[in-house]
Design a protein around this ligand. Structure first.
Ligand code: SF4
Ligand code: SF4
Length: 117
């Protein structure tokens, strides 16, 4: 069976991909290779980097934009009304379940030597 190869562009500071089953360290390899089912729906594509993937310089890892965006502020110090914050919390909880956030790395992708540090 032929092995598929794909070139992905990854942040220089990203941690190396851990073995499958190890805790997720936010290396971003899976989401840069192709979106998960939620990412496909939201970013409207099936291949390539998910539009929702964000690099967090503060955390030194990739984060899912669905879960990372904080409560909005209108720039005048006024935050969203309670109903909108509740809606966002419910949406994040749903997304967290769908993308299996917090579980171990489920990507069987093998990373080539250029990513190894
Ligand atoms: S699930 Fe695995 S490949 Fe995806 S970001 Fe986490 S550690 Fe990296
Ligand atoms: S986990 Fe988030 S960033 Fe990664 S592919 Fe899914 S929606 Fe996109």
């Amino acid at each position: 069976m032929p092995v598929a190869h794909q070139v992905i562009h990854i942040h220089a500071e990203a941690p190396p991909k851990p073995p499958e089953g190890a805790p997720c360290n936010g290396c971003g390899v899976c989401c840069l290779a192709e979106p998960c089912p939620v990412g496909m729906l939201v970013s409207r594509k099936r291949h390539g980097a998910c539009d929702l993937l964000r690099w967090s310089g503060a955390q030194g890892r990739y984060v899912c934009g669905l879960l990372a965006d904080g409560d909005a502020d209108d720039g005048l110090g006024r935050s969203d009304p309670p109903w909108r914050r509740l809606w966002r919390r419910l949406w994040r909880a749903w997304a967290r379940r769908l993308i299996s956030a917090g579980s171990g790395c489920d990507a069987s992708i093998e990373v080539g030597p250029s990513q190894q540090k």
